[in-house]
Write a protein that binds this ligand. Structure first.
Ligand SMILES: Cc1cc2nc3c(=O)[nH]c(=O)nc-3n(C[C@H](O)[C@H](O)[C@H](O)COP(=O)(O)OP(=O)(O)OC[C@H]3O[C@@H](n4cnc5c(N)ncnc54)[C@H](O)[C@@H]3O)c2cc1C
Ligand code: FES
Length: 211
């Protein structure tokens, strides 16, 4: 998505909520730099260019799924959490409370348990996503995660030790969004893959974090 009048490259965002009746979608955007700051200043009535939906999303949630969100990684996981009423648990983690940007009311979904953790203990449990996950991994049906790469690397290690099916939504910088520029390529066990076209969702076992 990009501000209509600017010459900036578009920025990638997840669908946070979708209303199938009205056709409206919502985004949850954390301000990081110039593009997100410009989007945050947008007022009603301003036109934005939007291309999508693009890429491959998460598979359906099996019973007892654990959803692990780091910071703005909550956006695709909140959307996923709303796709079923089956019992599932969201582990929602960030550096501190100000980075837990998702309103509580948006996570008040039937069958969803929410556990929060912050590195500094300013909200929820004091600790990391890995701390929360380690205590719950044994009973998980599958794990779905989105967040900073160090968090995903820790999640991968825990899940692979416990042999639990795990899926990641990767956040890379993008330019074209349609597979043409290769600017979003990441190392996987199958070679370099484009996050915009081949992902952003990949099986965790395929993602190489030190490559
Ligand atoms: C598939 C996908 C879905 C995403 N969904 C969301 C979402 O729902 N909500 C949301 O807030 N953000 C989301 N992001 C991240 C978002 O695209 C970036 O934060 C945004 O592009 C930053 O643009 P900017 O111009 O504000 O910052 P820039 O000026 O471009 O960068 C500011 C800082 O952010 C870092 N940065 C820039 N782009 C990324 C990126 N893609 N991933 C990690 N760090 C980055 C830069 O290294 C720099 O430190 C998603 C990214 C991807 C690939
Ligand atoms: S952003 Fe151009 S190939 Fe992915």
């Amino acid at each position: 998505m990009s501000p209509g009048q600017s010459n900036m490259l578009p920025r990638p965002f997840s669908v946070y909520r979708a209303d199938t009746l009205s056709g409206e979608i919502s985004l949850l955007i954390e301000i990081k730099g110039k593009g997100t700051a410009l989007l945050a200043e947008t007022t009603p009535g301003v036109s934005l260019k939007l291309l999508g939906p693009l890429g491959r999303g998460f598979p359906d949630l099996p019973p007892r799924s654990l959803l692990v969100a780091g910071g703005a990684g909550i956006a695709p996981l909140a959307f996923l959490a709303a796709s079923t009423a089956a019992p599932r648990t969201l582990l929602y983690c960030a550096r501190s409370s100000e980075f837990l940007v998702c309103p509580d009311t948006d996570l008040d979904l039937p069958g969803l348990s929410v556990m929060e953790a912050t590195d500094d203990g300013s909200r929820g449990v004091k600790g990391t996503a890995a701390d929360l996950l380690s205590n719950r991994i044994e009973k998980a049906g599958a794990v779905f995660a989105c967040g900073p790469r160090p968090m995903l690397a820790a999640v991968k290690e825990i899940c692979s030790r416990a042999k639990i099916e795990t899926w990641f939504s990767l956040e890379e910088r993008m330019a074209c969004g349609i597979g043409a520029c290769v600017g979003c390529a990441v190392a996987t066990t199958g070679g370099y893959r484009r996050v915009c076209r081949d992902g952003p969702v990949f099986p965790a076992e395929e993602v190489i974090f030190d490559g």
